[in-house]
Design a protein around this ligand. Structure first.
Ligand code: ZN
Length: 145
């Protein structure tokens, strides 16, 4: 797999030092999202305040560099958005990654590093897994913690 050097650095940084990765044992194992072809598993918690603003997104799980870095960058992107905004962002990301959107990740900051993954269909599932977990969590937010 060939990545641009800068992109590879971003992915490695987030996979080695994931942001907002915490033990989320309070979330049922029934809510673990899995990608069996790679062995990735992830669960996501969304903390929302009374105004419906996403204060924090946290994730837990084991995964490859792609899934872990995608989860890490996702937690930073979704923070501060309203739930509808965060859901829209999530849907757009998923559409971009499966090439059903004309949009790109060009103005998304670091996560643009994952755009090259679209050429590798098996790895797309790694990148999208945490976002599927987030989509579920956004529809079932835990409330402020
Ligand atoms: Zn993976």
């Amino acid at each position: 797999m060939a990545f641009d050097d800068l992109y590879q650095k971003i992915i490695l940084d987030h996979s080695r030092h994931p942001r907002n990765k915490e033990n989320l044992d309070f979330i049922s194992d029934d809510l673990v999202f899995e990608n069996p072809t790679c062995g990735d598993s992830v669960k996501v918690a969304v903390d929302v305040n009374n105004e419906g603003i996403v204060l924090r997104v946290r994730f837990d799980g084991d995964g490859c560099a792609i899934s872990t870095s995608s989860a890490s960058m996702m937690t930073e992107i979704l923070q501060g958005k309203t739930i509808p905004e965060a859901l829209q962002t999530t849907r757009t990301f998923l559409q971009i990654m499966v090439n059903t959107s004309d949009s790109t990740l060009e103005d998304w900051g670091e996560i643009e590093a994952l755009e090259g993954v679209r050429k590798f269909p098996q790895r797309v599932k790694c990148a999208t897994l945490p976002w599927h977990a987030a989509e579920y969590a956004l529809k079932h937010p835990a409330g402020e913690k």
